[in-house]
Ligand binder design. Structure first.
Ligand code: NAP
Length: 306
């Protein structure tokens, strides 16, 4: 079994920052990421709220963060983690290829897009149903596009999708957006965006690909069809918090509970970024969490040696 001081599961901003600080403290640090480093950031067109960068592409920020972590000596590998469990003071990480052990494991696994759970969603996934505007937006050039949701992600990505679509409908279940005001204002000014308030998607319809949505107005209970070539779903997030075999405390929504040192209830297991229960889920938070976790982990490892 390969041994490290710190193993970080997940290579988004939280994991990469924890890796950078861990390696900088001369701890043998491994970051395990299933896909490419960067997490959700890598699939975001522009980041405009990361201090010091008025505007930077998500892919570039992700690359810079991972290069920075590697520069200080963190090792980044691409494997799929299936389980984390405890054996005395060792924390064991099982992947599709290997087993690793370390006194400290930092869970930085983020989460996945929440699904609508309506008929047609699964059937047309990849054929007009998407959860990533930057990945799929260009396929729908000059078509009508729907975006579902009213948070930062939905409204930002709707703005982005107007680069391609002839029209972008934002379908929201209330008559008021949840997104930050600055993001809302940009959407209200965008002539290609039309809001469909108080409405939910009941069905995704089509033959080979998406052709329309069946919507229901929540106030009037009226149903109607909206002709679109694509629907992008941004209705929040389901945390990937199930890797630890047993005993990890979660909040009612499945987010991992930590204290302000990013310690979970299990000694040696930390959680950072979007998988952790907290008010705000921004890149800046994840980076702060990663810093704190690595510093706290360093002290914890020292205490084990005393
Ligand atoms: P979010 O803030 O949780 O918003 C989810 C939206 O989807 C809400 O408007 C919600 O409606 C709606 N919704 C939830 N379940 C639904 C359902 N079953 N059917 C229809 N609508 C549903 O999620 P998010 O926008 O993905 O953002 C996640 C986190 O990332 C947030 O903390 C956000 O601040 C952050 N983020 C930040 C940026 C940025 O700052 N640039 C960009 C993207 C994401 P209600 O409003 O009625 O609850």
């Amino acid at each position: 079994m390969k041994e490290y001081d710190i193993i970080i599961v997940g290579g988004g901003p939280g994991g990469l920052t924890a890796g950078m600080y861990g390696a900088r403290s001369a701890l043998k640090t491994l970051i395990i990421e299933r896909y490419l480093p960067g997490g959700q950031v890598a699939n975001t067109e522009l980041i405009e709220d990361y201090p010091g960068f008025e505007s930077i592409s998500g892919a570039e920020l992700a690359t810079r963060m991972s290069e920075h972590a590697k520069k200080f000596g963190a090792e980044i590998i691409s494997e799929d983690v299936s389980e984390v469990y405890c054996e005395k003071n060792d924390r064991i990480v099982v992947t599709d290829e290997e087993k690793y052990k370390a006194p400290v494991v930092i869970i930085a696994t983020g989460g996945q897009p929440r699904k609508l759970g309506v008929p047609g969603e699964e059937e047309f996934a990849g054929r007009g149903v998407s959860y990533c505007a930057i990945c799929d937006g260009a396929f729908f050039k000059d078509q009508k596009i729907a975006v579902v949701g009213g948070g930062d992600a939905a409204v930002e990505e709707a703005n982005f999708l107007t680069k391609y679509g002839s029209k972008v409908y934002i379908i929201h279940r209330r008559d008021e957006l949840r997104a930050q005001k600055i993001i809302q204002e940009r959407a209200f000014k965008n002539e290609k965006i039309e809001f469909v308030w108080d409405s939910v998607v009941e069905k995704v319809n089509g033959k080979q690909k998406v052709e329309s949505l069946t919507l229901k107005n929540k106030k009037t209970a009226e149903a109607n069809q909206l002709q679109v070539g694509a629907v992008f779903v941004f209705i929040g997030f389901v945390p990937n918090s199930k890797l630890v075999r047993e005993g990890l405390n979660l909040d009612p929504n499945g987010y991992i509970l930590t204290n302000d040192r990013m310690e979970t209830n299990i000694p040696g297991i930390y959680a950072v970024g979007d998988v952790r229960a907290q008010l705000c889920r921004q890149v800046t938070n994840a980076v702060g969490d990663g810093t704190t976790a690595a510093v706290a982990a360093d002290k914890y490892i020292e205490s084990l040696r005393e």
